[in-house]
Write a new protein. Structure first.
Ligand code: AHR
Length: 315
């Protein structure tokens, strides 16, 4: 209920916890990947656990749908809004509308480019540049990458922070290894179907892919689609062509355990808890909240893949 944040803003938050139910709108990107589905489930489960009424919107990877959803949350007078933005730009007008309605906004995962940082409370996110660096550092440590190493890159959604920053981090490391270069790079929009389709056409353009040393995919989902394409081209993914990616979803652990993928950098999908912690603190009057709350993730390889798959597949 909107009144709760106003009361909290006036410093009268002794009534905040018990007297009103909190309503939060969540403008999610879509359901393009296993990682995204786990993230949505985390927010839904955490809302339920805390007795928060959640209004969930799936934008099907379209920013215009997200903007419509945010406007509808504002019209309904929610207490707070979570946005997981599809792309970085184009957010200022709707964020200003939320601010005018005194509704706090928390950005989760990808970033927004705005001049006025007071338009959102905080951003909870991983360091995508570092993820790209970790992936490339692992790849450059492999024996196959010591000679000439031609790489195919499957990029995420154009304009999305996860695509922009992962490419940046990866290329930063690659610049120190002149024997390695990205010979083909194309977006596959973070989906498995596109990952397969785009990889098929890139392998054709590369005469079947025999001269390709590695696939670098901006997420596991695209890598899983591409693995299928590599197999259909008569090559062994994970052996003839190294496969490195980001997310650490169960299906990718299975592919690593089967020897068809080599490495992944974990992206934590359990973002519901931290997002609601910030919202509850803000609604209770806490205003000195850091502008960026970082999540971290490790690099996983084939040696632990089977055990990780067992641990994660039912979660
Ligand atoms: O923004 C994070 C990325 O979005 C994840 O790596 C990917 O799986 C999702 O679609």
């Amino acid at each position: 209920m909107k009144i709760k944040s106003i009361v909290a803003g006036l410093g009268l938050c002794f009534i905040c916890h018990s007297s009103f139910a909190t309503t939060v709108g969540f403008a999610q990107v879509g359901s393009e990947s296993g990682w995204r589905t786990s993230f949505s489930e985390s927010v839904k489960a955490e809302a339920k656990k805390r007795g928060i009424e959640l209004k969930f919107s799936d934008a099907q990877q379209k920013q215009e749908n997200q903007i419509k959803a945010v406007r509808s949350f504002i019209a309904q007078g929610v207490d707070a809004i979570i946005i997981a933005p599809v792309v970085e730009t184009g957010w200022t007008p709707v964020l200003k509308e939320a601010k005018r309605a005194r509704i706090p906004v928390v950005i989760v995962d990808r970033n927004v480019q705005v001049q006025d940082e007071s338009l959102f409370v905080t951003r909870i996110a991983s360091d995508f540049v570092e993820e790209g660096r970790k992936a490339a550092t692992w790849l450059m440590s492999q024996p196959q990458a010591q000679q000439q190493c031609n790489i195919i890159e499957l990029q995420g959604t154009v304009g999305a922070t996860a695509a922009i920053d992962r490419a940046k981090g990866f290329n930063e490391v690659l610049a120190k290894h002149p024997q390695a270069k990205i010979v083909r790079s194309q977006t596959a929009e973070f989906t498995r179907a596109k990952g397969k389709e785009v990889m098929e056409s890139l392998l054709k353009a590369e005469q079947g892919g025999k001269s390709i040393c590695a696939l670098w995919a901006h997420n596991d989902e695209m890598a899983l689609g591409a693995i299928q394409a590599i197999k259909e081209a008569g090559l062994k993914p994970g052996k003839d062509m190294l496969v490195v990616s980001v997310d650490a979803v169960p299906d990718y652990f299975k592919a690593m355990a089967d020897g068809e993928a080599n490495a992944t950098v974990e992206l934590n999908p359990h973002l519901g808890g931290p997002a609601f912690d910030v919202i509850e603190a803000y609604l209770q009057g806490k205003k000195d909240i850091e502008k960026l709350i970082r999540t971290t993730g490790d690099l996983f390889l084939q040696d632990t893949a089977a055990a990780e798959y067992e641990k994660r597949r039912l979660n």
